[in-house]
Design a binder for this molecule. Sequence first.
Ligand code: ATP
Length: 230
Amino acid sequence: MTPVLEAEGLGRRYGRQWALRDCTLALPGGQVIGLVGPNGAGKTTLLSLAVGLLRPTEGEVRVLGRRPRSPGTVAEVGFVAQDKPLYRNLTVAETLRMGAWLNPGWDAPGARDRITRIGLPMDQKVGKLSGGQRSQLALTVALSKRPKLLLLDEPVADLDPIARRDFLRTLMSEVAESGVTVVLSSHLLADVEKTCEFLVLLATSHVQLADDTETLLSQHRMVTGPRADA
Ligand code: ATP
């Protein structure tokens, strides 16, 4: 089966500084994949390269077997940026209507069902929603485009523990229902270790892959050296 996301010697530089370097990986489909790494490790850079928002300085990236030359090149790939860009002055209902208008094949009944299930008020302005509610709305909008691959950049970073739990639960049930492959980035292993079936650790200039946290952590120690308390 073609990996959903492949990188070969992928690198991106800003001026003289490498944001991502020597990144080689092949991610399997049909799973929730955790992309973990400390702040500044290059998670956003990798996801932005994958959706064609950035061009590589070196190497190559492919999503669903194709090279993303610009955003939207690979239509079946969804992306939710870290700042969850939504229009603050629109209501929840207007946000969904705009999504349906902009995207052919938009799953309008599915979007309404999801919003009802999570209890979001349809007539509330986006600017008045809590961080957790905004994350849920951004997830609904992204899922309603029926992507095969959904890339979420730090979706729970600024949420309290209950909103984090709720978001991850919604995500899990959506994945089970639709079969979408999700790549979820986080700087906290705790966010992803229970949710994700496959983990990628991005430490500066290194990529490690694992199916379980224990393996990943042992590799992490190899990459970063012994822990201070070891
Ligand atoms: P965070 O969890 O803090 O979002 P991250 O793992 O997503 O971090 P990136 O945002 O990809 O990391 O950044 C990787 C490195 O590249 C960092 O050192 C960052 O300062 C640098 N960088 C990112 N974007 C730019 C830019 N536009 N110009 C210059 N340097 C940048």
